[in-house]
Ligand binder design. Sequence first.
Ligand SMILES: [Zn+2]
Length: 471
Amino acid sequence: MKLQNVILPGRDPKSRWDVDYENDTINTITPAIASTAPGCTASSSNNPSPFTLEESPDPASLLLPPLCHPHIHLDKAYLLTCNAQHNPRCAGTGPLPEYTDLAPQDGSFKEALEFTARAKQRYTPEDLYLRGSQLLGTSLGQGVTSCRAFVELDHVTGRKCLDAAVNLKKVFNGMVRVQICAFAQDPIFSTGHGEENRQILSRALEECSEGDIEVLGTTPYVENSREASLENIKWAVETALTRGLHLDFHLDYNLDREQSVMTWDVLQVLKEKRWKDRAQPGKAIVLGHCTRLTLCEDEEMERLAKTIKEWQLPVHFVGLPTSDLFMMGRSTSGDRRRGTIQVLDMISRGMDACLSVNNVGNAFTPWGTGDPIALASLGVGVYQAGTEEDAVRLYECVSTRARRAIGLESENDTVALSEGRKGEVLLVRNEQWVGCPGHLGMKIPARQWVSVRDVVWDPPDVGLRQIVRGG
Ligand SMILES: [Zn+2]
């Protein structure tokens, strides 16, 4: 397969290249034989617009590394927005549950946990499969080819969510690489159901076929005491090590100076349990949310970066700003400051960090399309990151850095595509005219996406994106 006349990230946007793909590998990159950029010379008599462009072959497309969701909840996607009862195509699948009564009333975290717990009681295999496939299908259309999919295991769901995920992993094989995270959203060391929840999770890890579950995830902050949170962390680290899994914590999800930073406890446990020596090669730890870190002074952040480096721990932070901005900063005292980890700042301090969507269409995050490029774009505002270099780093956060966090990419975070690179690519197609000239009644030259910066600042329509696989 040959991709002709494309623009490549990190190279002069005026240059055009022919890319030769073979066996899913970029074989050669050579200067394009002829430039086909649209000219602006000839006129057209039936075009009422002042622009007189001659018809020319399609403008050059931009080629990018594919997108990745390093943290997304597969089982609770679209609870509030699936409206499955209105979908005539679902008629043959039996009654699907209704969730519309579980829309947020006060929008608090407590309410989201409570409403989602109620939603979980209604899950059916068909419903989980439908919403999961809608999420993966939508993601694929957006340019996502890999994800870490969280599915909950507890006394309410049992294995239901996991079974749906295993099924979806097979169905999307070859299109989206689904890495399943067996996840305890609920307590496993406190409250009336802690013990039972832990047993269900343990049993699933034991019984699951080799490779079905690749990650263990827990939520230490939902335990009802600091001791139970520490138990949760120790158990998860030991279990991940014993079973050769990646590890993923939802952690430090608060904006409360009174609460201690549990990220330090996780590092301590990883050191004590000798993660560096005992973990299987390539297995890493991801810490999600960690909003509490935004209250840390520079000195503490420096110390954090230094400790992770000195102890040689493969720790990645994942910022989840669409959820964090919605959830955090609800103090009744009138203090409405928001908090989401400063992903770019952490990277500049030498830490590994990336960005993810977390939730779509549920009480934790009712808004958003789940598009990783829209998320990178949000980062420009949230992190006040307006340089070209910032835009490239933000794209890495939903692409190469995200893939590395979940163990799919090696050391290289660059978005540059070079000869020998393996795997699929994302093509952003440029159009010649704004919208449809027939509907507009005139022809207006379309703006062109020629760099990563353009894509991050102004995410291209999903219809202009296409995954390309080298056959
Ligand atoms: Zn999450």
